[in-house]
Write a protein that binds this ligand. Structure first.
Ligand code: ADP
Ligand code: MG
Length: 294
């Protein structure tokens, strides 16, 4: 008899080709919030700057194996590169020389799928996989998009950030037409948000409208939304990476910790509802009388 079906995995790429918008801060602290809720969570650091690795206390200069090995060698055992950094929180670290992968792999036809294949070999060992993409649309980001089911877009609520969203959605669209037809944009996470400014509120309302209008079309962002709560600007979030700590270890009472916990709860509620629907017996069965044992 076949064994039980593997549990579904939530594979998320945190992507925005703009730097400094909150991708790494969100990847790490959201992942840590999931881990604290008892979910086994893997951070995949796709940025040669290795900020996510450092943020969880792993120095890229000392790692022996990383995402780089996964990309260079299709036979590489990915579990060798994964480390547990705190209960339920794991990292597949980056390496700084990984930036060379782009040119080294230029002629490998399967280069965009190597990460995806390596992650699928992990089975259901992790319930959440969060991929921190670099600020570019090259091989590393595309590998993340090819491996993910969902895209979360961290951004800041000002006009220039909004301009980049079109380009980003276009990239996702191209990926769904070839490499990964199942990829969907789940939504935007507002980072370093200052709700007191009129301008930030206007940007959020523009984004809300944009996604509302997309409901009637058939794009990969048809069901996307702007997540609430926004992550407020909070200096503690900017301080904690240099200590190699997540916000929950560094300043658990700070607004940044509360915001990421609340956001994680929203994402977890969605996910658990989706899992419950998957596990529900079909309607015809539930409609039958239920026998209750005395
Ligand atoms: P990216 O990965 O998109 O380049 P980061 O997550 O590294 O962006 O964030 C850019 C900078 O902004 C970092 O110095 C980070 O610590 C800081 N930062 C991110 N989110 C916040 C926030 N909510 N409040 C204050 N500083 C933040
Ligand atoms: Mg980053």
């Amino acid at each position: 008899m076949p064994g039980p079906a593997p549990r579904p995995i939530r594979l998320i790429a945190l992507m925005n080709q703009k730097g400094g918008v909150g991708k790494t801060t969100t990847t790490v602290n959201l992942a840590a919030a999931f881990a604290r809720s008892g979910r086994r969570t893997l951070i995949v650091d796709l940025d040669p700057q290795a900020h996510a690795s450092l943020h969880v206390g792993v120095d890229a200069a000392t790692v022996e194996s990383s995402v780089y090995d996964v990309l260079l060698d299709p036979a590489f055992d990915v579990t060798r590169a994964i480390r547990e950094v705190s209960p339920n929180l794991f990292v597949l670290p980056a390496q700084t020389d990984m930036a060379a992968a782009e040119t080294e792999l230029a002629t490998e036809p399967d280069r965009f799928h190597r990460l995806s294949r390596a992650l699928s070999k992990l089975g259901d060992a992790y319930e959440f996989v969060l991929m921190d993409c670099p600020p570019s649309l090259g091989l590393l980001t595309i590998s993340g998009l090819a491996a993910a089911r969902e895209v979360l877009i961290p951004m800041q609520s000002h006009f220039l950030a909004l301009q980049g969203v079109g380009k980003l959605l276009e990239t996702v669209s191209i990926v769904t037409q070839g490499l990964n037809p199942r990829l969907r944009v789940s939504g935007v996470i507002l980072c370093s948000h200052d709700p007191a400014t009129m301008h930030a509120r206007e940007v959020v309302s523009d984004l809300d409208q944009f996604f509302e209008q997309a409901r009637s079309g058939d794009t990969p962002w048809k069901f996307a939304r702007v997540y609430r709560p926004a992550i407020r600007r909070n200096i503690k979030l900017a301080e904690c990476p240099s200590f190699g700590k997540t916000i929950f270890e560094y300043a658990p009472d700070a607004p940044g910790a509360a915001d990421y916990l609340a956001l994680a709860k929203v994402l977890l509620t969605d996910w658990d509802a989706m899992l419950a629907r998957l596990n529900d017996p079909p309607a015809v069965v539930t409609a039958a009388p239920v026998k209750v044992r005395a």
